[in-house]
Design a binder for this molecule. Structure first.
Ligand SMILES: N[C@@H](CCC(=O)N[C@@H](CS)C(=O)NCC(=O)O)C(=O)O
Length: 110
């Protein structure tokens, strides 16, 4: 089975998913979704992702589906998993939202 990753080469969400696939040694095919041209808002992409986003949530699915290969990415020990969830939540809610905007304004736009 070869997984197809739909994303954008500069997208940090896409990069996160690609890193998980590589860590888990899962072969995948990459299809570029042209964000600057708004391809993520066209019917072909909306059919797969109704919010018109290039998300990263699949990374967790991949990490668990391929738990038996590559390094363990999500702890199974309850306390360690609690720390993992805490870090993931802080990263998503309190870090990524701000750093993404800063990167877009200072790097992508310039
Ligand atoms: N909370 C989502 C956000 C997904 C997201 O915003 N992805 C960006 C690319 S990194 C995107 O689709 N941007 C296009 C847009 O918002 O129109 C996640 O972290 O997966």
């Amino acid at each position: 089975m070869t997984i197809t990753l739909h994303g954008h080469s500069f997208s940090t969400c896409t990069k996160r998913v690609a890193i998980v696939l590589q860590e888990k040694q899962v072969p995948f095919k990459f299809i570029e979704v042209d964000l600057p041209k708004g391809e993520h808002l066209k019917p072909a992409h909306l059919e797969k992702q109704p919010f018109g986003k290039i998300p990263r949530a699949i990374a967790r699915y991949i990490a668990e589906k391929f738990a038996d290969q590559g390094p363990a990415l999500i702890p199974t020990d309850l306390k360690a998993k609690g720390h993992f969830e805490q870090a993931a939540s802080v990263e998503l809610a309190n870090y990524d939202v701000y750093i993404s905007n800063a990167i877009f304004e200072n790097i992508v736009k310039t």
